[in-house]
Design a protein around this ligand. Sequence first.
Ligand code: IVH
Length: 677
Amino acid sequence: MKEGMERDKAAVEIGRLRTEIERHNYLYYVRATPEISDYDFDKLLERLIELEREFPDLLTPNSPSQRVGGQITREFPTVLHREPMLSLSNTYSLGDVADFYDRVKKLLYEEGIQKQEMVAELKFDGVAVSLIYRDGLLVQGATRGDGVRGDDITVNLRTIPTIPLRLDASFSRQLQGDDREIEVRGEVFMRREDFENLNEGRPDEDRFANPRNATAGTLKLQDSAEVARRRMTFVAYFLKGIANENIRHLDRLRLLEKLGFYTGGHYLFCSELRDIERFIGDWEKKRHTLPYETDGVVLKLDDVTLWDRLGATSKSPRWAIAYKYPAQQAKTELLGVLFQVGRLGTITPVAELKPVKLAGSTVSRSTLHNFDEIDRLGVRVHDQVVIEKSGEVIPKIIRVALEERSLFTESIVVPERCPSCDTLLVKLEGEVSWYCPNEEECPAQIRGRVLHFASRNAMDIQSLGVALVDQLVGRGLVRDPGDLYTLQVSQLEGLERMGTKSALNLMRALDESRSRSYERLLYALGIRHVGQATARELARAYPRLGLLREADEEELSSVPDIGPVVARSIIDYFLKPSTQVLVRKLQEAGLPFRAAEPQELVNRNFEGMTVVFTGELERYGRSKASGLVMARGGKVVNSVSRNTTLVVTGKDAGSKLEKALKLGVRVVSEEEFASML
Ligand code: IVH
């Protein structure tokens, strides 16, 4: 134990740092008005982590240092809600809203009340959770479950930046009732951008259909560090357990904001039905400009003392209702159907549509998912079809406008053979999809595997685009990603739109890909069901490829978030002769077959950062510098974009520097970079 004096001093500093860090966190995530740079923020956090490491007894679960997660939960305990978490009844028309309004009016009248004041809020499309704060500290967070009992997912919820771990003391003191416990309910959701980033790193077969599914799946993960990486948002819409139970709902929303919660800020006090209708009308179009999905409006009686008096039916309260916007639809002609062959051989029918505007973008394609879907819809070529964009990102065909069917429609001919290699298609038992079984030779599958290998989150071989891969595969120069590393400049020069310069660029890009991490390589292999997150877990559990190849099903299933299906898929993958050939080629090419040295001694200063190097680095050299960033949790890419966090400039930095300055990306010298390490 350190000397008492020193410990006391540390305790004071830790307290100060925590308050400071949470304040900046709030300014950044809730107010979107940061006062300090990410770098300075990281410095504060780093100092806190250092002190907590030195005085482990001062570490508490509510320290902002714990937001990065790390805890593995095998099973979430069940908790009983203080009060049932009800859901809302839905309405779909303004007429229904008016009916609800009249119904409430009558109920109020029976209670002898004339004034009917309501609050209109947006309906967030996510997952409802309940948070319990005791003495201002977050002590429990749970899912809705069946409304009576939910799962205790506190560890996962702690990672969400808009969930305060401690409430703003000056306000919380006035709030607490006798039991000093308050409950906040709200919705956890994923912003569209965060959702797209997440899906990008997942294998096609495991992509989430919409942000809501992604949120629900993420909240149940066992590995809280992965939850932290996936970036979710919490919005608060309900507060209970405060000293003065008479405070009305509108003021509670404002109180929530003062306590440090994010409410979205878009709500309206309505003293008449007209105000409600206006709010619904205003947000019908405007909601598409928000960075997250909303599917409607929620109306609540403002006077909370009436909530109990009006009561609830078995499922939903009588004092509130949800209005759901109709999904955006458009009608257009189905011009034809294309059959795409994925890298795993799955055949996906894709509808080619006459271009039409829908929810702010022009749609000319839409997936039909599988052949059963074609049957279910009963759709024919040249039919008029109704397409819809709801929570889904990609629009889908929901029905055929049969009343408009002409004499000239044609049935969709489902191929018997693979459109790429002409092999007879097969259907696996219990699955709806057809597959091309010609895994080894089918050009479309080879092309898909090579493109996946080279993709941004995998080996990030930037100069390897679709057109080039098509040529390489088409001419038989590349049969698997391993062949990329034995390509000769002379072979490349002969290709269309390929000069010596582009050929050399590709060679350089391939060379750089050798210094990517082992974890990326595992993802790049394209094993069915192994996305970035799973690859990360695998790399941690099996720091050498040799170990992974030898793992059995039972052992694999004990890795966090890996179930029997994924385990089986990994084993099947390594049993294939073609895998053995590929692995040998990749090994000969010098790709990373083991994890970097244990990283305990290294900090995570570059966590979440995307770094670009430009110019000649005198102190480290490119590949050493890249390695240093990656070992500290960062990502290194070749070109500057809005997603870049940092540009490190060496001697004679050129166009990348210019672009960084134009985009307002942070630029540092090599010395500054060294000090950041
Ligand atoms: S209030 C008893 N307000 O919609 C009323 N719910 O369909 C409790 N939701 O379970 C809910 N935005 O998950 C409320 N502004 C909002 C909401 C909202 C989304 C969700 C919530 C609820 C579901 C009901």
